[in-house]
Design a protein around this ligand. Structure first.
Ligand SMILES: O=C(O)CCC(=O)C(=O)O
Ligand SMILES: [Fe+2]
Length: 354
């Protein structure tokens, strides 16, 4: 048993679970970007677990959702029913693990009648920094506090920046193409009952898009990508992109333009995506609107006009809100022949509006 327990250095497994007073299918991987304290509770009826929750309350100020957040995982429906636990924002949340799948995934439940309440401290990439028995809460808090204070100030995300992919004139043509048509509010893909469907939620994403239908304009972009971007991607990532999804010009406007942290390949309908490309078309003309990779710290990235930021579709990333002006970007996804087979096989999961 012990050998399979989750240890410092391990990546905390990802899961979906119901959050108390929150999403019925909360994606744990979207929590990346801050330190995390997990408490596998069993039940708060159990005295050591109740004492552990008091430790969290005593250090409540630590959990501000910016630097750190706390999740208790209960398997006991009575905890919520009797008000022994409650979501307190920012920072304090609970997963209702009534089927015990999360507890088993983390080896907190080691067999019938064998629940092992304990703490895990995770870093912003959701790697385990420390594991502590339930009665060692102050040590867990000290570990968390030490990690927050020691966090490197400038970690670097594994992204590639390639300048000079599209010439300024082509960038202007693309912006003009957008302006002539005007964008439509774009959604994002989500898995609902096993199907990949397009949903709209302005708190998560606000952006207006135009699909480039003009073959000559598309080919102009494709030719530049092939000559100037593909070799850089091959060198940096040993990956040969042969296919492109989306010929899309996006516009984020001040006060109404952002895309909150997400990954680009988490649904069946998007699982084929390998690398995401952000080609900025007017980098000097707006404030905000930068890329951030929360698993790798607060640093932001902005490709120069005509330049690209290329990153794995598995990375958590966000486009920060535009606060002045309008930001235009060309946003293809790259994949290859093997991934094309994945795409083909998953077509059946695309919902009506997917
Ligand atoms: O705005 C960007 O640069 C990134 C957009 C993005 O993440 C997406 O469309 O999935
Ligand atoms: Fe994205």
């Amino acid at each position: 048993m012990t050998a399979t327990r989750i240890l410092p250095g391990d990546h905390a497994p990802w899961f979906h679970a119901q959050a108390l007073s929150g999403s019925p299918r909360y994606a744990f991987d979207s929590v990346a970007g801050r330190h995390v304290l997990l408490l596998f509770m069993g039940s708060a009826r159990f005295a050591p677990t109740a004492a552990a929750l008091s430790v969290v309350v005593a250090h409540r100020a630590l959990f501000d959702d910016a630097k750190a957040c706390f999740f208790g995982i209960t398997v006991d429906p009575e905890d919520a029913e009797m008000g022994r636990i409650a979501q307190r924002l920012p920072g304090l949340r609970f997963f209702l693990d009534y089927d015990r799948s999360v507890s088993r995934l983390y080896h907190a439940e080691e067999g019938p009648e064998r629940y092992r309440p304990h703490w895990l401290v995770l870093d912003p990439a959701l790697r385990v920094l420390g594991a502590f028995p339930v009665d060692r809460g102050e040590e867990a808090i000290a570990c968390l506090r030490g990690a927050i204070e020691a966090a490197p100030p400038e970690p670097h995300a594994p992204v590639l920046v390639v300048p000079d992919v599209l010439e300024p004139e082509l960038c202007q043509r693309l912006v003009g193409y957008y302006r002539d048509r005007g964008g439509v509010e774009s959604g994002f893909m989500r898995e609902v009952d096993g199907q990949t469907v397009l949903v709209h939620d302005a708190t998560h994403k606000q952006r207006r898009d135009v699909e480039v239908d003009d073959a000559e304009l598309r080919n102009s972009v494709l030719a530049r990508l092939a000559r100037r971007l593909t070799p850089a991607v091959q060198r940096a990532f040993a990956f040969e992109p042969t296919r492109i999804e989306r010929h899309l010009i996006a516009c984020y406007s001040a006060g109404a333009g952002h895309f909150r942290p997400h990954r680009d390949n988490t649904t069946k309908g998007t699982a084929h995506r390998r690398f995401a490309v952000t080609l900025n078309l007017n980098a000097g003309e707006y404030d905000g609107g930068d890329l951030r990779f929360p698993e790798f710290g607060p640093r932001t990235y902005r490709a120069p006009t005509g330049g690209a930021v290329v990153f794995s579709c598995s990375l958590l990333h966000e486009a920060t809100p535009v606060t002045r002006g309008e930001r235009f970007a060309y946003l293809p996804f790259l994949y290859d022949e093997a991934a094309a087979e994945v795409r083909e096989a998953n077509l059946k999961y695309l919902g009506e509006n997917g």
